[in-house]
Ligand binder design. Structure first.
Ligand code: ADP
Ligand code: MG
Length: 250
């Protein structure tokens, strides 16, 4: 089998007595969308944070692109090609839409550049940012203040920020959150095409999107993965229905 792009082994993080993640192992393979689902408080965002580098794991190992990245910070991991979107917007609201994408792309290249180069004069960065905006359909809004964007457009912008890094893998924490039906469908179609470029670890509550997109699904409950499989396998799993999906039938 092909080498996974990303692999996580035995990852754990406690907040006091609470084990937010408790021995999580999973793999992200080339070309796949691997969805991570589970009830609120299951540890999904904590896991994404540990993989992205913002939350230091108490134990376990993270390998990305053939390297052990467990000891690296977020900027170093982003430079290696881990592209991330956030559950809660991390955009600079007073900056223009284009500036946000440029700053995001720049962040991945290291802080030093920020001080020594006039950012918006960097033709390569600006071109990469414009291309990313084009792909998410925000070209016409490039000069707008980010605060003026609708909620759905901000989510598109976050994806553009991640795209501008030209990542080797995407980590997405609820990219559909707050999007209406139409916005979710548009984002679903976009992510469907994106997997060819880089695999996606997708945390999402929108089960229509998850079952439409995921090549594989892992179910996280109380910090532990209770099942990993195809959409059909997860739907058919009694354990999963009882622990999570069953809630919807109740
Ligand atoms: P999910 O994204 O699946 O909803 P989280 O990873 O956000 O879950 O949270 C998992 C558990 O860890 C929750 O019980 C949450 O309250 C707790 N938690 C998350 N972050 C912190 C923190 N910084 N300090 C204390 N507890 C936290
Ligand atoms: Mg979360």
């Amino acid at each position: 089998m092909t080498e996974p792009v990303l692999s996580v082994r035995g990852l754990g993080k406690s907040f006091g007595a609470l084990k937010a993640t408790d021995g999580v192992s999973l793999e992200l393979r080339p070309g796949e969308i691997h969805a991570l689902i589970g009830p609120n408080g299951a540890g999904k965002s904590t896991l994404i944070g540990q993989i992205a580098g913002g939350i230091r794991p108490d134990r376990g190992e993270i390998r990305f692109a053939g390297r052990d990245v467990t000891g690296l910070g977020t900027a170093a991991r982003a430079r290696l090609g881990l592209g991330r979107t956030f559950q809660i917007s991390a955009l600079a609201m007073e900056h223009s839409v284009l500036q946000n994408v440029v700053l995001g792309a720049l962040g991945a290249r290291g802080r030093a550049m920020r001080f020594w180069r006039p950012v918006m004069g960097d033709a390569i960065l600006v071109k990469a940012a414009e291309d990313a905006l084009e792909r998410v359909g925000l070209s016409d809004h490039a000069a707008m203040r980010t605060a003026e964007l609708s909620h759905g457009q901000r989510r598109q912008l976050e994806v553009a920020v991640a795209l501008a890094l030209k990542p080797g893998a995407f980590l997405m924490d609820e990219p559909m959150a707050g999007l209406g039906t139409e916005g979710s469908l548009r984002m679903t179609a976009f992510l469907d095409g994106l997997r060819a470029e880089a695999p996606i670890l997708l945390v999402e509550h929108d089960m229509d999107a998850v079952f439409a997109l995921a090549d594989r699904i892992s179910v996280l409950v109380y910090g532990r993965i209770i099942a990993t499989g195809t959409a059909e396998e997860i739907r058919a799993s009694r354990e999963v229905r009882e622990a999570y999906l069953g809630e919807e039938d109740a």
